[in-house]
Design a protein around this ligand. Structure first.
Ligand SMILES: [Zn+2]
Length: 297
């Protein structure tokens, strides 16, 4: 049986222009398509023998507010379970990952304004000639901004550039975090409704190549946070950035540590089918590859 897992990030109507969300209408249509072809299950149910249909797990990364406000009510109404992952650094350290600072800054401020700030700090010609990886961005300033903030500047340089702008808009990180992410009361509501909650990260860092240290820094505190605040012991893990550039090393090195600490499995960003829970690491298709948005077969 060709089971699948689908990966979702933002599910909302277009409005914030820093991101490319899946429209709620398309999410509903996709749900209908999936329900005709698959039995939708929780990650734990993958370990059981399947019925007549292949199985599908809905997975949500990053725990942004739209997942609670848009996707969760649709799933709940239909009685469909899904797997969501929590990032604990935003609650314990009030520290927002750079990837989300970039999404937010590009949403709330014009590209010209951000580029104007940036061009005082960076070598403009180097950004221009290296920004080719974002060639799908038709706006020149958008292309330069994304390259400069995500690749050209160090994390600290990007933070020092983005944090003051967002604080100017939200006043406190508390307020930014409350508006951007699923809060603890909302997590409890989702848990009661039968949703599965797993570990995403502490600070949303890519795998570093040192399994024990990475587990101590990015996984264990998040697992502990979920145990302390939601009263459950998470059994599933979704690595930030799918592990990043060291993803294949992560797949090999992190598994023994995760198993030792009670994890049942992890969801990668590697595209492909699954066969029940035959492997610790499970493949995923991005939602943009699944009908009626895309065609993955
Ligand atoms: Zn993520």
């Amino acid at each position: 049986m060709k089971d699948i897992a689908i990966m979702y990030h933002y599910v909302q109507a277009p409005g914030l222009k820093g991101i490319h969300p899946l429209h709620p209408d398309l999410f509903k249509k996709q749900l209908e398509w999936v329900l005709q072809q698959y039995e939708v299950v929780t990650p734990d149910q993958l370990g059981k023998p399947h019925q007549s249909k292949p199985r599908c797990v809905f997975t949500f990364d990053d725990a942004t507010k739209d997942q609670y406000e848009v996707a969760f009510p649709i799933l709940k109404e239909k009685g469909i379970p899904a797997y969501f992952t929590l990032m604990s650094g935003v609650f314990e350290k009030f520290k927002v990952p750079v990837v989300h600072l970039v999404h937010a800054a590009l949403s709330y401020f014009s590209d010209e304004e951000i580029w104007d700030d940036l061009s005082r700090k960076v070598d403009v010609t180097k950004v221009a000639e290296n920004s080719g990886i974002y060639k799908y961005e038709t706006d020149m300033f958008r292309r330069y901004n994304k390259y400069a903030l995500n690749f050209f500047l160090s994390e600290e340089e990007s933070r020092s550039m983005l944090e003051p702008k967002l604080i100017q808009k939200f006043q406190t990180w508390d307020r930014f975090i409350e508006s951007y992410y699923i809060n603890m009361d909302e997590w409890r509501t989702m848990l009661k409704a039968g949703m599965v909650i797993g570990v995403h990260a502490v600070d949303h860092r890519a795998y570093t190549g040192n399994a024990s240290q990475f587990f101590e820094d990015e996984i264990k505190p998040c697992k502990q946070f979920i145990e302390d605040h939601l009263g459950i012991s998470p059994k599933w893990y979704t690595p930030a950035f799918g592990g990043g550039t060291l993803c294949w090393a992560m797949i090999e090195q992190l598994r023994p540590k995760l198993e030792l600490e009670g994890f049942k499995g992890g969801f990668t960003t590697i595209e492909g089918f699954n066969e029940g829970h035959n492997d610790f690491w499970l493949n995923r298709f991005d939602c943009n590859r699944i009908p009626p948005v895309g065609n993955f077969v």
